[in-house]
Design a protein around this ligand. Structure first.
Ligand SMILES: [Fe+2]
Length: 362
């Protein structure tokens, strides 16, 4: 069934999320200011008590001091009134910025990845990663085309796509594939499936569409990337549907894990494409580097600049959110994605195109 993308519905949807995210931020601000106010009141109370005690001791209570206190109190009230107006408007301005600007303010992130057993031929090999494309009314074909142009301009050796090509509309699969078909890299464009492809049931059909454009989806399979007689083993594993019953997901997860084990090559650098890395660093599988996405930089709403881990994903207890992680000799890169789903707002979680430079050097 096609999604309803009539302009008035899109407008109402955007307005709702602007109001919702603005209110959420306002709520967080009220809590922060409430806490700061409590601390200020406590400090003021201690200060006043100390002053009274000192005056009593020195008998220096004067009318001039009272007048000074009254003046300070009045200017403080004016300052607080102005601050209150500013503070109440700020969350909604921020939500508007996230909706109208940051949502498509794509950032190119360059990340060096040190791999101890990288073959010499692959020193300086560049992999561009795009994730969570989510074509739809808020991630248009034109915007994705711009991301494709930026990616090609980075001249990567290989391009990796880590799932979620659509939002909820199966009819959008043809268009997103047509746009991504513009990606160019000498060692090819590879990808894996995200949960949205599984949730909507288009894994097989979109894989065929990609194949027709020369883009290879790795579904429980691997591709050997060869350069001057050396090899990288690139593996792709499906995410599966997040909407399936828990027991089905567990059975499928076990099956895919066995398939993954069979695909890992010993004495070779193994790179895994997977939408979300549930098993990262837990099983010593011999995977050197995992490329993933799914979290949209922490649920597209992140105040990590205030405090690391202050984002929706971390607050929900998700361990891997954005950037590079290391665990037990394995590394993981979590891409923030370029699209949006659910909320059309990105705040503190800019869309990202990653260029990973592989190196043996520390
Ligand atoms: Fe996604």
């Amino acid at each position: 069934m096609a999604a309803d993308y009539r302009p008035q519905r899109i407008l109402i949807y955007a307005a709702f999320w602007w109001w919702f995210v603005g209110s959420l931020l306002a709520f967080l601000l009220v809590i922060a200011f409430g806490a700061a106010d409590l601390v200020a009141r406590a400090a003021g109370w201690v200060y006043r008590k100390t002053r009274v005690a000192m005056r009593t001791a020195t008998h220096q209570h004067s009318a001039a001091a009272d007048a000074e206190a009254a003046l300070l109190s009045s200017s403080r009230r004016r300052f607080l009134a102005r601050t209150a107006v500013l503070v109440s408007a700020t969350p909604f301005l921020a939500a508007g910025y996230g909706l109208l600007y940051e949502r498509q303010n794509v950032e190119v992130v360059r990340q060096r990845v040190q791999l101890a057993r990288l073959p010499k031929a692959f020193e300086g090999f560049h992999i561009a990663q795009l994730s969570d494309i989510h074509i739809g009314p808020f991630t248009t074909a034109d915007y994705i085309r711009r991301c494709v142009t930026i990616t090609n301009g980075l001249e990567p050796d290989l391009i990796a796509l880590t799932g979620d090509y659509i939002c909820w509309d199966p009819e959008a699969q043809g268009e997103v594939v047509r746009v991504l078909a513009g990606l160019r890299a000498p060692h090819g464009v590879f990808g894996c499936m995200g949960n949205h492809e599984a949730d909507i049931g288009i894994e097989d059909s979109i894989t065929r569409l990609f194949a027709a454009q020369g883009i290879r989806m790795l579904r429980q399979e691997s591709a050997h990337i060869r350069l001057r007689g050396e090899t990288l083993n690139l593996i792709g594993i499906d995410h599966g549907s997040d909407l399936a019953p828990m027991d089905t997901r567990e059975v499928e997860g076990d099956r895919r894990l066995q398939q993954l084990k069979a695909l890992v090559m010993p004495n070779t650098v193994n790179i895994l494409l997977i939408h979300y890395p549930h098993i990262f660093g837990q099983l010593e599988l011999g995977i050197d580097l995992t490329l993933a996405g799914d979290l949209h930089g922490g649920g597209q709403l992140s105040l990590d600049f205030v405090h690391r881990g202050f984002n929706l994903g971390s607050l929900m207890g998700v361990p891997y959110i954005r950037g590079l992680y290391e665990n037990g000799g394995e590394q993981l890169y979590m891409n923030r994605g370029i699209g949006v789903t659910g909320s059309p707002i990105r705040l503190g979680a800019r869309p990202e195109i990653t260029v990973l430079e592989l190196t043996r050097e520390t």
